[in-house]
Design a protein. Structure first.
Lengths: 213, 75
């Protein structure tokens, strides 16, 4: 509490004098005679210093001043938080620029169409090595493919074709098998769709489609 | 020679409390902006990234101005 007035002048031997000095403070409601006098204060319970217990008189804290400084410092801290959010926003912009530089994902051959039975699924790496996607053959022979990362916290989802869903075992997230849209659990965004084409009996992954809803 | 503050301490405390409330509202707005922007970015919607960043920067500028005013009360 370096901002307490008079701290510099006080010494440990002043304690009794300080209690008596409470009488020097302006009476309640009296206008302070100088800027310094304005900062002379009362205890946290609103009573004059003379009426405060000894422990509080021995360790005086200017409570109103303390509250003022605490709120001012908290305001400063919140402005720093505000700066952090702006840094986050520009970090997203930077990541978006990086994503644009990488360009469109490559066209990649995934599997032969007859290799996957109806109701079967195949995990493959797309668009880059180490990033897995899952290809599913629906009833009727149609193929769908999605990025295997759950849109909640990136756990790999499992294709449960017989139940018509993708299931994330980490937090019980469930996605519709045909559309990849979230059905239950914490995920709010649909799975990233992998665009596929069938050419000459082969399945090709040709791109990805990120979606917000 | 010390200059007498413009406002009494009780007035300054009220001003700081009011400014703190405004700053808190702006920070919550920025938090919402950041989460909405991140959701849009991960979902492939990149149109709102720049306007959201500029809006957040505007909030920061407002907050910094209010903080400057708070500190000017003590000068």
């Amino acid at each position: 509490m370096s901002e307490l007035p008079g701290n510099a002048e006080r010494s440990p031997g002043d304690a009794p004098a300080r209690a008596a000095g409470a009488e020097e403070r302006p009476a309640a409601g009296a206008a302070p005679s100088s800027p310094g006098a304005e900062w002379l204060s009362v205890g946290p319970d609103g009573r004059e210093w003379g009426a405060q217990p000894k422990w509080r008189r021995d360790f005086p804290i200017d409570s109103p001043r303390d509250e003022y400084v605490a709120r001012r410092d908290f305001t400063k801290f919140m402005v720093l938080v505000s700066l952090g959010f702006v840094v986050g926003q520009f970090w997203i912009l930077f990541q978006n620029a990086l994503r644009r530089r990488t360009g469109a994902p490559p066209v990649r051959r995934v599997a032969r169409a007859d290799q996957i039975p109806v109701g079967g699924s195949l995990v493959f790496e797309y668009p880059e090595p180490g990033r897995s996607a899952v290809l599913v053959r629906l009833a009727g022979g149609r193929f769908v493919a999605f990025d295997q990362s759950c849109t909640h916290l990136q756990c790999p989802v499992l294709a449960q074709v017989d139940r018509g869903r993708f299931y994330c075992p980490c937090h019980e997230g469930i996605f519709d098998l045909e559309t990849g849209r979230p059905v239950a659990g914490p995920p709010e965004r649909p799975l990233t769709r992998v665009l596929i084409e069938e050419r000459g009996g082969w399945i090709y992954a040709t791109g990805i489609e990120r979606r917000t809803g | 020679m010390s200059r007498r503050p413009r406002f009494a301490r009780s007035q300054r405390k009220a001003i700081v409390t009011g400014i703190l409330c405004i700053v808190l509202i702006l920070v919550v707005l920025q938090l919402w902006l950041l989460t909405a922007t991140m959701n849009a970015f991960l979902g492939g919607d990149t149109d709102i990234l720049l306007p959201a960043a500029l809006a957040s920067f505007g909030c920061l500028a407002l907050n910094a101005g209010l903080l400057w005013y708070v500190y000017s009360l003590d000068r």
